[in-house]
Design a protein around this ligand. Structure first.
Ligand SMILES: [Zn+2]
Ligand SMILES: [Zn+2]
Length: 96
């Protein structure tokens, strides 16, 4: 169901509704949370953010002349990667 909160879904800025997968959401279309997101969306987002951050760091290494504006690329579609294991590894690295 497309809700008020789903407007930012395609931008990746929406907040998944916590009720829609439980008892159902009573707010319906007026819900300010997103009903389009899948149950694992929150986790997926976090991993995507991690991957993006890593990509940003790599980009910075490649072109050190890029001064500012490497946060939140506008208009660029999010790249969905399936490299779950790799990111898990990155997370579990102990800090020295
Ligand atoms: Zn959503
Ligand atoms: Zn809802």
């Amino acid at each position: 169901m497309y809700t008020v909160g789903s407007r930012s879904h395609e931008l990746g800025l929406c907040k998944p509704c916590a009720f829609i997968f439980k008892d159902g959401c009573l707010s319906g279309e007026n819900c300010k949370f997103c009903h389009l997101c899948q149950p694992g969306e929150k986790k997926r987002r976090r991993k995507e953010r991690l991957a993006q951050r890593r990509a940003a760091v790599e980009r910075r290494h490649l072109s050190s002349s890029c001064a500012d504006g490497d946060e939140a690329p506008h208009g660029e579609p999010l790249q969905q990667q399936e490299e779950d294991e790799e990111e898990e590894e990155l997370q579990s690295q102990p800090e020295l």
